[in-house]
Design a protein around this ligand. Structure first.
Ligand SMILES: Cc1cc2nc3c(=O)[nH]c(=O)nc-3n(C[C@H](O)[C@H](O)[C@H](O)COP(=O)(O)O)c2cc1C
Length: 233
């Protein structure tokens, strides 16, 4: 593991802002997120605002995927950038009970092993009381399919328009507490998985050879003594 002589090197935490609409609510609180992540002490924070990326709608041909080459420089740069992350914090609203298309498209573009075996945390938000919970649940499935390690503890910001004061701080102190828990989890999993990756990773499933089955059971099943449920009665 690389060190700076005073302990392990900081983890690169990539904060991915997954909404690009003019007037998006995340502008209210992303400075707070970045501040808390930078002051946590274990992270070198990198903000990836999808507004800055101009990714095409996913259309990579199979040949590009197999060769690990991409059709546009933006997609190649997106993948090079994701590869340097040790942990990801996705920030996104709920759109129609799911994640915004722009975020799904960005994750679809995370190709090959670049995000594999790295933790993913979630900050969901919405204008109503749900706090983006349904979108967060979808994001768990999306990120696990990309072989990231999605974390249980999330930050859910309901009624996001009323959740932050004029200084950009959360009105409810439990919001800061929820973020502190998530950042601690990202640091713990980030360190653990960085160490594990350095020690060696299992190949992706499709690269693992099919082994012949190990044969008959070592302990043969016992014949039933008739103690099971009886019909009728
Ligand atoms: C297209 C669209 C779909 C939405 N769908 C939901 C929804 O399913 N559930 C919900 O709680 N809020 C929903 N909302 C409200 C948003 O979560 C809320 O307006 C949020 O601030 C939007 O994020 P943004 O400001 O970053 O675009 C939706 C808003 C939009 C624009």
């Amino acid at each position: 593991m690389a060190t700076n002589g005073q302990g392990p090197a900081p983890l690169e935490l990539q904060i991915v802002v997954g909404s690009t609409r003019p007037g998006r609510a995340s502008d209210l609180f992303v400075p707070w997120l970045v501040d808390r992540a930078e002051r946590h002490g274990r992270f070198a924070v990198r903000l990836l605002d999808l507004r800055d990326w101009d990714l095409p709608m996913f259309a990579e041909p199979t040949e590009s995927l197999v060769a690990g080459a991409f059709t546009t420089p933006t997609v190649a740069r997106w993948n090079e950038t994701l590869a340097t992350g040790d942990a990801y914090l996705f920030v996104f609203p709920e759109y129609n009970h799911s994640v915004p298309g722009v975020l799904k498209n960005a994750v679809d573009h995370a190709l090959g092993p670049r995000v594999r075996n790295k933790p993913a945390g979630f900050v969901g938000y919405s204008g109503g009381p749900i706090g983006g919970a349904r979108a967060v649940e979808h994001m768990v499935g999306i990120t696990v399919e990309r072989e990231m390690a999605p974390l249980r503890n999330a930050v859910l910001l309901g009624q996001v328009g009323r959740g932050f004061d004029a200084e950009g701080l959360p009105v409810d102190p439990m919001t800061d507490h929820a973020l502190a828990i998530l950042l601690d989890d990202l640091a713990w999993w980030g360190e653990a998985l960085r160490r594990a990756r350095a020690e060696g990773e299992l190949p992706p499933p499709r690269q693992r050879p099919v082994q012949s089955p190990p044969g008959p059971l070592v302990r043969a099943p016992q014949a039933s003594t008739g103690g099971g449920a009886q019909a009728g009665g």
